[in-house]
Design a protein around this ligand. Structure first.
Ligand code: HEM
Length: 130
């Protein structure tokens, strides 16, 4: 029986996380995203006090947060999490561009890629604290 049968509890309610391909697909995007953000001299200062493992965890939390991951995020809200970081609109835009490029490089389909980027854009007012 397909999980999309009318009997199934999971129908059109699939989260973006599931549509992206679940944990393995997300992990591949996280690796790509992490490499791109770290290689960006304009973003590096924001993460200067963040160690490698924490940064990788951030990229993963970032995507899970906006896509609706398996592990519920129970940390501070996005405003509180970024309040002290003085994130500029420019930095936010660069992070979103790296995410876009990572999703493309990993072969994520357009509807899912656009869905994730749109969910990220919705958080701009909370995350941009400069
Ligand atoms: C929609 C966009 C974003 C989301 C969903 C997001 C998500 C998160 C999450 C879930 C945390 C962890 C909060 C905690 O557990 O304490 C966090 C912290 C953080 N975020 Fe973001 N973030 C976003 C954008 C950005 C941007 C644009 C920057 C910088 C350019 C940034 C830099 C940081 C830093 C430096 C931390 C603290 C990391 C640490 O030292 O542990 N974030 N973010």
């Amino acid at each position: 029986m397909s999980r999309h049968d009318s009997q199934s509890p999971v129908t059109v309610e699939d989260t973006l996380y599931e549509r992206l391909g679940g944990q393995d697909a997300i992990d591949a995007v996280v690796e790509e995203f992490y490499d791109r953000v770290l290689a960006d001299d304009d973003l590096q200062p924001y993460f200067a006090d963040t160690d490698t493992d924490e940064l990788r965890a951030h990229q993963k939390a970032f995507i899970s947060y906006v896509a609706g991951g398996e592990e519920a995020y129970d940390g501070p809200g996005m405003g509180a999490a970024h309040d002290h970081l003085n994130v500029t609109a420019e930095a936010f835009g660069r992070v979103a561009e790296h995410l876009d490029a990572s999703l493309r490089a990993c072969g994520v389909d357009d509807p899912e890629r656009e869905g994730l980027l749109s969910a990220v854009a919705d958080l701009q007012d909370d995350v941009v604290t400069a």
